[in-house]
Design a protein around this ligand. Structure first.
Ligand SMILES: Cc1ncc(COP(=O)(O)O)c(C=O)c1O
Length: 369
């Protein structure tokens, strides 16, 4: 074969639903010398990353580690480790990722009930109350920031109702972690997974997860083995814990990148990061209003890091997004499912959550719509 040319990807301003822009510090970490996955220096890095993940998840959980694989690997990790065939699971569905959780839970053999809400609305705690009053669920799962719609789900009341039922609470924080408070311990979230490529400002490829002792006990008391060898936490915790037993070769360079990305988040401070995401989101709403692009989600439930705006009837959705790529090197996201063609999704996440990016996009859109 003739050799393809050397890679030369464009430098995009990533304002889509993820991946988000990666800072030069994190890119530099990716090019550090690769060491072995049991090298004493790497073991130190692992411990430091776990400690930083605990901070970011706001938890004292022993088990907080990055699974190898993207956010979906984190999602599968949470379900396959806890669920056994026949278990009852309740899932909130108001977008793509709630729908995906139902699919994953069903593949584990769970009996799944769903609390539904229209895409673009929040899940109603009263519907959880009604469902939880009828049945005891082993696990209840909700998405915190539904990336397909831009809704930030209020969690407090649902968390309380789930615990009254005795169910474990699982929260998807793929898009929210680092950009909005997730409060794992305060809310009593038993199981939580995230992704690296959103508000943590790292390339895709790892999925931070955390399980509290109650959830770990459920794993240790399983009747049968976890059906996924690769995602079996009872083995993975022996590599990340004091035993250091080889399970799979950790993606060393990505772990370096996450380590640096977490250092950046904590250097800024979690509160400051949440505030920055909120302020940049507010600037975005103001700037889009000037262009007659209005938010698609009610103000009280808008996720600051993933913004959906309604596309005016006169505007050609695909053409504008293509021209943003071609003429401005900017990526934004299309609508999905029932929102296809109706909204744009603008990610202002992590290193990308900056007023300059809002201004850049506003200037470009002014010429295109
Ligand atoms: C809320 C949410 N959950 C899960 C996922 C799946 O993550 P990944 O695409 O990294 O596998 C995503 C990805 O965008 C997401 O936004």
């Amino acid at each position: 074969m003739s050799l393809p040319p050397k890679l030369d990807p464009p430098t995009r301003t990533l304002l889509g639903p993820g991946p988000s822009p990666v800072s030069s510090r994190v890119l530099k970490a990716l090019s550090l010398p690769v060491v072995g996955h049991l090298d004493p220096e790497f073991l130190k890095i692992m411990d430091q990353s776990m400690a930083m993940l605990r901070e970011v998840f706001q938890t004292k959980n022993r088990l907080a580690l990055p699974m190898s694989g993207t956010g979906s690997a984190g999602m599968e990790t949470c379900f396959v480790n806890v669920i056994e065939p026949g278990d009852s699971v309740l899932i909130g569905v108001n977008g793509v990722f709630g729908t995906r959780m139902v699919d994953v839970a069903e593949r584990c053999g769970a009996q799944v009930d769903a609390v539904q809400a229209e895409w673009g609305s929040a899940l109603d705690p009263q519907q959880f109350r009604a469902a939880l009053a009828k049945k005891k669920y082993k696990l209840t799962a909700v998405v915190h920031a539904e990336t397909s719609t831009g809704v930030l789900q209020p969690l407090d009341e649902i968390a309380r109702l789930v615990h009254e039922n005795g169910s474990l609470l699982l929260v998807d924080s793929v898009t929210s972690l680092g950009g909005a408070p997730v409060r794992v311990d305060e809310l009593g979230i038993d199981i939580c997974y995230s992704g690296t490529q959103k508000c943590l400002g790292c390339p895709p490829g790892l999925s931070p997860v955390t399980f509290n002792e109650r959830a770990i006990e459920v794993i240790h008391n399983r009747k049968r083995k976890v059906q996924s060898w690769y995602l079996d936490l009872s083995m993975i915790e022996k590599y990340w814990g004091s035993e250091r037993i080889y399970h799979h070769t950790a993606p060393i360079s990505l772990n370096y990148a996450l380590h640096e990305a977490l250092r950046i988040v904590l250097e800024e401070g979690l509160e400051a990061s949440w505030q920055r995401h909120r302020q940049v989101h507010e600037t975005f709403v103001r700037e889009m209003h000037k262009l007659e692009l209005e938010p698609a989600v009610a103000e009280s439930i808008r996720a600051p890091m993933i913004n959906t705006v309604k596309i005016p009837e006169r505007v050609d959705d695909a053409k504008v997004r293509q021209r943003l790529y071609d003429e401005f090197n900017i990526e934004i996201g299309a609508g999905l499912g029932p929102l296809k063609g109706k909204v744009w999704r603008v990610g202002l996440m992590g290193h990308g959550s900056r007023v300059e990016n809002v201004e850049l996009l506003a200037k470009a859109l002014k010429q295109l719509i």
